[in-house]
Write a protein that binds this ligand. Structure first.
Ligand SMILES: [Zn+2]
Length: 162
């Protein structure tokens, strides 16, 4: 998957701070090293790394210092898991968009109070808003449908290229 696309997906689903940490992991590193490179406290870096570990995007090796008895952690980025994560998130947004498109494609009826119902529902309601009793009007959502269609096409293209 394209690096820049993957970065956007990661930023949206984990957070820009997490992506900044991943970008430092060009090679396995201690959390203190990442902290000093980013100028951020180690405790914060460790929290971000734990989050990333929760979604398997990083792994660590723990070693014990024989003289101090303390543990230290060396973190590694898992590129295979990162790609997989990107694909899963893309699939998820694609199916959400498809469901949304299917909904928008039905003739929708709306009210000024933001209520929106399908044509079948509107008929059952005698075209009266259930929330405020105003008359429902037909919605022209052709632009919205076109936008959704474009988004879906873009995501499908990205998925094909993987
Ligand atoms: Zn209403």
């Amino acid at each position: 998957m394209d690096e820049s696309v993957l970065k956007i997906i990661l930023e949206e689903n984990t957070g820009p701070e997490h992506v900044a940490v991943l970008e430092q992991l060009t090679e396995p590193k201690h959390d203190e090293q990442i902290a000093s490179e980013l100028g951020v406290k180690s405790t914060i870096i460790r929290k971000l790394l734990n989050d990333l570990h929760g979604t398997s995007l990083v792994s660590y090796k723990r070693t014990k210092d024989k003289s101090t008895g303390w543990y230290s952690y060396v973190w590694e980025k898992r590129d295979d898991k990162i790609t997989e994560y990107g694909q899963i998130k893309l699939d998820e947004s694609l199916s959400k968009l498809k469901i949304r498109l299917e909904y928008e494609r039905q003739n929708l009826f709306v009210c000024s109070c933001d209520t929106s119902v399908t044509m079948t529902q509107a008929m059952d309601l005698n075209f009266i808003c259930p929330r405020c009793n105003e008359r429902l009007r037909s919605l022209d959502n052709s632009n919205r449908i076109r936008e959704l269609g474009d988004k879906i096409a873009r995501i499908e293209k990205i998925i094909e290229q993987v």
